[in-house]
Design a protein around this ligand. Structure first.
Ligand code: PHE
Length: 336
């Protein structure tokens, strides 16, 4: 039994020196492995006579358990140390690259547009997606049963008089109710229409509304601002043309077309084979709209316009299908 005591001392000393899990495994094999020292002692004890066997067996098993316990303790210790110790981190292993996203092309365009208009003194204003009939139609001089309502394929909310705004124009009223002219604002935001989708139509898209009201604001001011905007946005001379049009909330009304950058005016599916793209609906704010906002049309006048952010994006990046913008397809999005 002298043997066992010596062995215990030896094992105790040796395990102190164990530095890593590999060495610990060697230690285990040396003592408790198939041919380990303790294992061998135990098998020898089996053939002893009964009185000796019981006593020696007990002591050998105590030693075995002692070593087992020390191995467990050492193992926990080694694992803890390696987790904390910076020395064991292999700094030559290449880092893991975490995929990071980026701003959606429409957001990028929106920010660019905001920046340009802000440089011309416009403030950026927001409004609700869910609107009342009053703000979306009546206050904009589109009374109930007026055929002009048909032009906005409206999505009505079930069992209510509320709707998903069909344009950003309601924010004209909301803003003028609370702020006195002179004023210059743009309203970027999401709008909704009940449309059959195709390359240039979606059930939701983004618009930018513009409104400038003062004492003497005229069509000339509008033209200068829009020309300046296109110049800065596309960073090249783009041809635009102005056509008379009709909107209930402007008088006179006009539309601004831009030569299709997708086909350089040669006619393609993006411009419905016309070479021109309708970019902006605009006009001088109708007196009834000023009245509905609580302003006296005798004192104030101005222009308003609305354009599609999606079209701007499609022109700038030569995207030929609006639906791609809402597809969430990374093969598309990663190009921006
Ligand atoms: N709200 C109109 C539309 O959605 C665009 C527009 C805005 C026209 C302001 C004139 C003035 O079609």
């Amino acid at each position: 039994m002298q043997n066992l005591r010596l062995l215990k001392k030896q094992a105790q000393k040796e395990i102190e020196k164990v530095r890593d899990l590999k060495e610990l495994d060697g230690f285990f094999r040396k003592y408790l492995g198939k041919k380990g020292e303790v294992t061998q002692i135990l098998s020898k004890i089996k053939i002893l006579k009964k009185e000796k066997r019981v006593k020696a067996g007990k002591e050998a098993n105590l030693l075995k358990n002692f070593i087992k316990q020390r191995i467990e303790m050492k193992k926990t210790h080694l694992i803890n140390v390696s987790a904390k110790d910076p020395e064991v981190i292999d700094i030559t292993v290449p880092g893991k690259r975490f995929p990071t996203g980026h701003l959606h092309p429409l957001t990028q365009i929106q920010r660019k547009v905001e920046e340009i208009f802000q440089s011309m003194g416009f403030s950026v204003v927001d409004g609700p997606h869910i609107e009342t009939e009053w703000y979306n139609f009546d206050a904009l001089n589109i009374p109930k049963d007026h055929p002009a309502r048909d032009a906005w394929n409206t999505l009505w909310l079930k069992n209510s008089k509320l709707l998903l705004r069909t344009h950003t124009s309601p924010v004209q009223i909301r803003y003028m109710e609370k702020n006195n002219p002179p004023l210059r604002i743009i309203v970027p935001g999401r709008v909704f229409r009940r449309e059959a989708t195709d390359v240039s139509h979606e059930v939701n898209f983004y618009q930018i509304e513009g409104l400038m009201v003062g004492k003497n604001i005229s069509v000339a001011n509008f033209k200068a601002i829009i020309q300046g905007f296109f110049q800065k946005f596309f960073q090249k001379d783009v041809s635009i043309r102005m056509r008379t049009s009709y909107f209930p909330f402007t008088e006179p009304s006009f539309e601004i077309d831009m030569s299709c950058l997708n086909c350089q005016g040669k006619r393609c599916s993006v411009c419905s084979q016309s070479g021109w793209l309708e970019m902006i609906g605009a006009g001088m704010v109708h007196p009834n709209v000023l009245k509905a906002s609580g302003l006296n049309p005798k004192n104030w006048q101005g222009f308003a316009f609305g354009m599609s952010l999606d079209r701007l994006a499609m022109m700038k990046y030569k995207i030929n299908d609006i639906r791609l913008l809402y597809s969430g397809d990374l093969r598309f999005l990663n190009q921006f």
